[in-house]
Design a protein around this ligand. Structure first.
Ligand code: HEC
Ligand code: HEC
Length: 480
């Protein structure tokens, strides 16, 4: 299809339409309202100290402006987030942006796609996921299924064993108990019961009110909210696609020609969301604690911390050697708002992550971790003991340096970098500075101006009575 009034030779995507999204783009209001309250309410976290919106902040491109998030136990938002109340680790990956996440073309969730629909229905839920047979039935979309997971992550939302009943249930592998405990919290809040009743009135006719308050229903409401709130397809590029020849300036047009032509970007960043939903290894540098993958015990031996620090990406889902260090192609819609970039936020300049693609192996070798946004970890707690004896204590100050090393260990190891480099599938190409600038101009034309600050989505109050996260903008700031 040719945009901008024709004349273009390149193969452009079709514009997004309502039917591309869950609920044909129009989920019921009562469901969206419930999902909105839940998304910003810390009640879904074990220690009642973090919400989905803390890491997926609608004023920060639906991310947190950090390379790697600080989960529960942190305080503050964006680059001001600190570890005041004690955390055990950074979150190992960059908080994914949620723009257009309700598009039905998504075939997996997370950087490694570890949650996927399973048409063969190996498990009753109909999804492949790390929860395997524990994922309940009734999750009516991939996005709803995703919402089951942040709340059972110790570092993201649940907290540590012994701190609260939800975290303890997770630690003891009683996932359904963890979800039930969260639903029971909601059922104790009359305003939530009323909202669930309204949202699920049709389905639960004749049941007592509390029966509608399940975590599966909470997850369905979260999906409806995200699908409606984060749809974002009013960028200059969209106007160009629907025939407005003036929507793109000359530099962005040149960038578009390169993107869909010589530079080969659309080989992976294809379709209306500018992603093929595939997994590719492009030698992204690794910073942070990783996912505990790999055989390397060098850090363990050097630091005394029983940890392995690699993140082997898709390989850990498929165990297919071709998937080593492969990550899902990110959608590039609103990409200018979603930095830092890469699965671990290694790059904090859009131009730098674009340049990385031109010679991934050299870029990996020369990468400087100073280009990452990693707030200090001042208050770290560590587990001591085993099983039911597990307790968490502040990190011994003498061990701070050894702990901090995990931010850079993989990147500083020649051998571990070589594994990432060996998996790279992107051929080098050479581009002039003008071409790079044109590509960046094109990427900027993928920004929907209305997405720049959606802090209007954060409600002033949530039903639990806890302060919503992030802090709502004062109503006057948004004229309403
Ligand atoms: C502590 C920060 C944090 C919190 C809190 C959090 N997330 Fe996330 N979210 C992330 C990170 C990091 C990823 C990527 C994880 C990965 O790939 O392993 C992610 C991934 C996602 C994805 C997948 C997007 C995609 O493109 O595949 C969705 C959807 C999502 N989160 C929604 C939520 C919802 C809903 C909640 C609340 C129930 C929530 N998140 C709470 C950090 C967070
Ligand atoms: C072989 C497939 C492939 C090609 C070709 C490709 N990319 Fe990527 N791109 C990826 C993958 C995979 C990632 C994420 C890698 C990671 O995080 O480890 C990515 C990340 C990005 C990011 C960062 C997005 C984010 O949210 O973190 C940008 C920007 C980007 N690519 C732009 C481009 C441009 C511009 C081109 C053409 C010059 C291009 N890509 C070509 C696969 C590709």
């Amino acid at each position: 299809m040719a945009g901008g009034g024709g004349g273009s030779e390149i193969d452009l995507p079709r514009p997004l339409v309502d039917s591309d999204f869950l609920y044909e783009g129009a989920p019921p209001d009562a469901l969206v309202d419930l999902g909105r309250a839940l998304f910003f309410d810390p009640i879904l976290s074990g220690n009642r100290n973090i919400s989905c919106g803390t890491c997926h902040d609608p004023a920060r491109g639906t991310g947190d402006d950090l390379s790697l998030s600080i989960g529960e136990g942190g305080t503050g938002f964006g680059r001001d987030r600190r570890t005041q109340d004690g955390v055990v680790s950074r979150i190992p990956r960059n908080a994914q942006p949620l723009w257009n996440i309700g598009a039905q073309e998504y075939t997996s969730m997370f950087h490694d796609g570890r949650l996927e629909p399973d048409p063969a229905a190996t498990f009753a839920s109909g999804f492949w996921s790390p929860a395997r047979e524990d994922l309940p039935v009734g999750l009516d979309s991939l996005l709803a299924a995703q919402a089951m997971f942040p709340v059972i992550s110790h570092t993201e939302m649940a907290g540590q064993k012994g701190e609260n009943a939800v975290a303890t249930a997770v630690a003891e592998d009683r996932l359904q108990d963890a979800w039930d405990l969260l639903a029971a919290r909601l059922a104790k809040t009359p305003a939530y019961v009323e909202m669930f009743m309204r949202a699920f009135a049709d389905e639960y006719d004749g049941l007592v009110p509390a029966d509608t308050v399940t975590f599966v229903n909470a997850a369905r409401a979260l999906a409806a909210f995200q699908s409606a709130a984060f749809r974002s397809d009013a960028s200059p590029f969209d106007r160009w696609l629907s025939g407005d020849a003036d929507a793109l300036g000359p530099e962005a047009k040149l960038g578009m020609q390169l993107f869909y032509g010589d530079a080969g970007c659309s080989g992976c960043h294809s379709g209306p969301l500018l992603t093929d939903h595939g997994f590719h290894a492009i030698a992204m540098p690794q910073i942070g604690p990783g996912k505990g993958h790999g055989e390397d015990t060098g850090y363990w031996r050097a630091s005394g911390f029983m940890a392995r620090l690699e993140d082997e990406g898709r390989y850990r889902v498929t165990f297919d050697a071709d998937d080593l260090f492969a990550f899902r192609t990110p959608s590039l819609r609103n990409v200018s708002l979603t930095g830092p970039w890469g699965h671990d936020g290694a790059f904090d300049k859009l131009e730098d992550v674009v340049r990385h693609h031109f010679d991934p192996v050299t870029s990996l070798a020369e990468y400087d971790v100073a280009g990452a946004d990693l707030p200090p970890l001042d208050h770290v707690i560590e587990a001591t003991g085993f099983g039911s004896e597990l307790i968490f204590r502040p990190l011994n100050p003498a061990r701070r340096e050894a702990f901090a090393l995990r931010d850079v260990w993989v990147q500083q190891s020649r051998a571990l970098r070589a594994r990432i480099a060996a998996a790279n599938t992107l051929a080098p190409q050479s581009r002039s500075d003008a071409e790079v600038a044109a590509l960046v101009a094109f990427l900027e034309s993928l920004t929907d101006p209305s997405a720049i600050d959606r802090s209007d989505l954060v409600p002033m109050h949530v039903p639990s009575g806890l302060p919503p996260q992030p802090t709502p903008a004062r109503s006057g700031d948004h004229g309403g």
